[in-house]
Design a binder for this molecule. Structure first.
Ligand code: CUA
Length: 347
């Protein structure tokens, strides 16, 4: 499509064609009505011009038929924008369960990426073609925004919370990555490249130059060194603090009432601001880790807790690391069962 339409970025994801189609529909409707109204105005100006200084126009009575037509047609057109746009929105803002997760931390003025195997990159993101990728994103300082025009995706990256975005690249290549939220002096330089590779090349790239730990394994070590284990149990089985095994994506009952879903943002908040949402049956005894751990360490702790959700049988073994990427498909119902199974083992 970009070959004949100027200013349209190249198209390289499963949603980009659909975004373009909606965009062209909006543009087409706009151009059609601009020409129609302009043409009619011009025609009426000439056809009904004032022909003599003493001319008095005929009185006009209302027309219900005409008013109904010019109300109903715009309503139907406006609703078509809404329905089409909402369907696209739901596709784009609901990451598929089986997506491969990549953590993204934005800071003035660079993008830091970490793959589930531990591979890190700055201002470059390698992804395989034809696989669903979910970006879990946060910021260390101010609001940034991940914008990849070729994939037609753009999402704010906000300090203090996780936002997510997903895509599936359709062809190999190098595509521009931008920061699309003014974030200070070098905002315009805060960009990079997404490198889409054939899956087998990606697997080779991912296996090479390793040596860094997976986020889940690093999080497990932090869990020990920060003393979390003294309350949550050395394998997250619980104690003075709530159990962490099987916690991710489950419903948590709070002392303040209503259950909340233990998603990434809940886990993060419970580390930096433990008093905000206290689990029913526990006291407000946990200290805050605000300022003690960096955003990247928070990502690692969250990844560790997620790894407990899917693999409670052997949460402490290094073998749990590869499962971190598979933690999200585990249905919430699967959570409590492995946790219960692990409890007798811990005693
Ligand atoms: Cu980061 Cu603009």
């Amino acid at each position: 499509m970009q070959t004949w339409v100027p200013f349209i970025p190249e198209s390289a994801s499963t949603v980009s064609g659909r975004v373009d189609a909606l965009y062209f529909y909006l543009s087409g409707v706009t151009v059609f009505f601009a020409l129609l109204i302009g043409g009619v105005v011009t025609f009426f100006v000439i056809r009904y011009r004032r022909r003599s200084p003493y001319e008095v126009p005929r009185p006009i009575a209302g027309s219900h038929a005409l008013e109904t037509v010019w109300s109903v047609i715009p309503f139907v057109i406006a609703m078509s924008f809404f329905v089409w746009g909402a369907r696209l929105y739901f596709i784009q803002y609901r990451p598929p369960q089986d997506a491969q997760e990549i953590y993204v931390v934005g800071k003035q003025w660079m993008w830091k990426f970490q793959h589930s195997t531990g591979q890190r990159e700055i201002n470059e993101l390698h992804v395989p073609v034809g696989r669903k990728i979910k970006l879990i994103m946060t910021s260390e300082d101010v609001i940034h925004d991940v914008f990849i025009p070729a994939f037609r995706i753009k999402t704010d990256v906000v300090p203090g919370r996780y936002s997510s975005q997903w895509f599936e690249a359709t062809r190999p290549g190098r595509f521009h990555l931008f920061c699309a939220e003014y974030c200070g002096m070098n905002h315009s330089g805060m960009g990079g490249w997404v490198i889409v590779m054939e899956p087998k090349d990606y697997d080779i790239w991912l296996s090479g130059a390793s040596g860094s730990q997976s986020p889940a394994t690093a999080g497990q070590q932090l869990f020990q060194t920060l003393g979390c284990a003294s309350c949550h149990g050395s394998n997250g089985e619980g104690g003075r603090g709530p159990a962490l095994q099987g916690l991710f994506n489950s419903q948590v009952q709070l002392t303040s009432g209503g259950p909340v879903r233990a998603d990434e943002s809940y886990l993060r908040e419970s580390i930096v601001n433990p008093q905000a949402k206290i689990v029913a049956g526990y006291g407000p005894i946990m200290p805050t880790f605000q300022g003690v751990v960096t955003e990247e360490q928070l990502v690692q702790l969250v990844a560790f807790v997620k790894s407990l959700g899917s693999n409670a049988a052997a949460p402490g073994s290094p073998g749990s690391a590869p499962n971190a990427s598979q933690s999200s498909p585990a249905p919430a119902a699967a959570g409590p069962k492995p946790a219960a199974a692990a409890t007798p083992k811990a005693k």
